[in-house]
Design a protein around this ligand. Structure first.
Ligand SMILES: C[S@@+](CC[C@H](N)C(=O)[O-])C[C@H]1O[C@@H](n2cnc3c(N)ncnc32)[C@H](O)[C@@H]1O
Length: 219
């Protein structure tokens, strides 16, 4: 099947509505932190390098943004789903945390060059085609300060149950009722390295769940 630019645009919009609707079903912030040991290591490392301003890409309801704000980083979280951002704002208010949460599409990041010292991204770029993820990472490179850091957790996904069709670059587009419209792609190690070709990769690890944890620094 040939997929035209128009088809790709439509599929992308359906993916965005999938997220909007998924978050609409969540009625209150889920405040329990995910069991991800890396988050403690991450804050330690960023403190060591005197990082101050952090951008959390695809922050969802904001657990990572709020967690990092509690460690006194100046954090901006950004997500396309308004209900997710609203949940995050409620959470921040309830916990008296100062964090900047915004609704925006990662493909149009509304920031000036060199605005952040670090960008973090947990389980998000799996929901973009490769060319889109590359566009986002290239923009991330611009908005990072000199020698700024990128940390990404990329899950092993797209191999489980569900009905989907596949785009040319291997991205799955789900058609079953539960995940209708959601795009999901599993990156090879090489694709992740290609994505970050403008960065020095400082570490590249796999955890027990098969997620790749990539820590990189702007060249
Ligand atoms: C699997 S969730 C991860 C959320 C959060 N980072 C976490 O660790 O819980 C993926 C997130 O990406 C967001 N997202 C998907 N496409 C997006 C886009 N184009 N721009 C901004 N956020 C997007 C979704 O709304 C969702 O909150």
């Amino acid at each position: 099947m040939t997929t035209t630019e128009q088809d790709l645009g439509k599929l992308y919009k359906e993916n965005l509505s999938f997220w909007e609707q998924a978050w609409q079903r969540v009625s209150k912030p889920h405040k329990e932190l995910p069991k991800l040991p890396y988050i403690h290591e991450l804050t330690r490392k960023l403190k060591k390098y005197q990082v101050k301003k952090v951008l959390d890409l695809g922050c969802g309801s904001g657990w990572l943004s709020i967690f990092m704000s509690k460690y006194h980083f100046d954090v901006t979280g950004i997500d396309t789903a308004k209900p997710a951002v609203e949940l995050g704002k409620t959470w921040a208010k309830e916990d008296n945390v100062n964090v900047n949460l915004l609704v925006s599409d990662l493909l149009n990041l509304p920031f000036e060059e060199k605005s952040f010292d670090a960008v973090v991204c947990n389980s998000v770029l799996e929901h973009f085609r490769f060319d889109q993820a590359k566009t986002i990472i290239d923009k991330v490179h611009k908005i990072l300060s000199d020698k700024g850091f990128f940390f990404g957790c990329f899950d092993a996904v797209g191999t489980g149950k569900g009905e989907y069709f596949e785009l040319n670059d291997g991205t799955h587009v789900y058609t079953d009722q539960m995940r209708k419209g959601m795009m999901l792609r599993n990156y090879t190690d090489q694709e992740l390295k290609d994505l970050l070709s403008n960065f020095d990769i400082l570490s590249f690890d796999k955890n027990n769940y098969g997620s790749r944890l990539v820590w990189a620094r702007k060249k």
